[in-house]
Design a binder for this molecule. Structure first.
Ligand SMILES: [Zn+2]
Length: 336
């Protein structure tokens, strides 16, 4: 069997649907932004980003995110990530942004202004590099319904700034989906798209609740559906995509090793699995690295092409854009 080359992976037209804007900050950008905001960066920024489990990830993440204080900080992150992504053959990115976290950390920040600055950076990156992008507000379970409502109101005001939907992240064990039912119902009525982090730290019931109570169209991680035919059936019959982030799952301990990741099982069960990097700066793997890790496990080219196709299908972009990307993938696959 010929090994899939990294060059081939870079040339494969692909989307990324699950990446947190705050999680794309590189150690260099962290040091630069800290100084600009009058904060002393950690003496060894690279060491600050190193994490080995969920607790150390959370600790690092909070320390790093704390330095983001102005709209320009977020705008730079978006532009730089889209630039790097374009170089890696990524055609479309859907960024999570967490307004509730910023509301806590920097209460005086004008969040509408922040989102507008990010949207302008996305438009600039699209003009310069061709990679398109959309924004999703990731509500934080731990911060409760009132903050989620504030996020939803902000999303509604920011529809002109590339915001097309909402997500739900945070502690899924102690803050279940049902607490956010009313918010998600309202979002759906407003025509906002919906994705939910579930089945990462809690059991398969969390995935089921995300789909049945919150009408999630995509599930982030979904790891705990493994071996649960009933929940996999719910995922399949509702045409819900699973946004798999294998390296993230290995670092946080949701799976032991890449080759033990349930995405193999999900694909053989006919689920719509997509591939993403989640918080690439902290987990130490880009989207290309994620594809390469699967190639190293023996994934043939055709399976990697299918993952890219699944991602375009499950994206929240327009049907016309999706058709264009899928045709591009077909041309790429035929030319090989
Ligand atoms: Zn995530």
């Amino acid at each position: 069997m010929t090994r899939v080359s990294r060059d081939w992976i870079k040339q494969l037209p692909k989307p990324e649907l699950h990446v947190h804007l705050e999680g794309t900050i590189t150690p260099q950008a962290y040091a630069r932004i800290s100084r600009r905001n009058g904060l002393e960066p950690a003496a060894d920024p690279a060491a600050l980003f190193a994490c080995s489990d969920f607790e150390s990830f959370l600790r690092s993440f909070l320390k790093v995110v704390r330095v983001l204080r102005q709209p320009i900080d977020f705008a730079e992150l978006a532009y730089d990530y889209l630039k790097a992504s374009a170089y890696d053959g990524v055609r479309h990115v859907e960024f999570f942004l967490s307004p509730a976290t910023q509301r806590k950390l920097v209460p005086e920040l004008d969040l509408e202004h922040l989102v507008r600055a990010v949207a302008e950076a996305c438009a600039r990156a699209e003009r310069h590099f061709g990679t398109t992008s959309l924004l999703l507000f990731d509500m934080v379970r731990n911060l409760g319904e009132a903050e989620a409502i504030a996020d939803l109101d902000l999303a509604q005001r920011c529809r002109g700034y590339r915001v097309v939907g909402i997500g739900l992240g945070g502690d899924e064990r102690n803050f279940p989906a049902r607490d956010f039912r009313a918010v998600f119902e309202r979002a759906e009525a407003l025509g906002l798209r919906r994705t939910v982090h579930a089945g990462e730290a809690a059991g398969a019931h969390s995935i089921e609740d995300g789909i049945e109570l919150l009408h999630a169209e995509r599930i982030g991680h979904g790891v705990s559906a493994r071996g649960d035919r009933r929940v996999m059936e719910i995922v399949r019959t509702n045409a819900v995509a699973i946004d798999a982030c294998p390296t993230s799952n290995v670092v946080t301990g949701a799976v032991r090793r890449i080759d033990a990741h349930p995405l193999y099982e999900f694909l053989s069960e006919g689920l719509l699995v997509t591939l993403s990097s989640d918080d690439p700066a902290f987990f130490g793997a880009s989207l290309v690295d994620e594809y390469a890790a699967l190639a190293d496990q023996g994934f043939p080219e055709i399976e990697l092409v299918n993952l890219a196709r699944n991602g375009f299908r499950a994206s929240f972009a327009s049907e016309e854009q999706k058709k264009g990307w899928l045709a591009e993938v077909d041309r790429f696959a035929m030319s090989r």
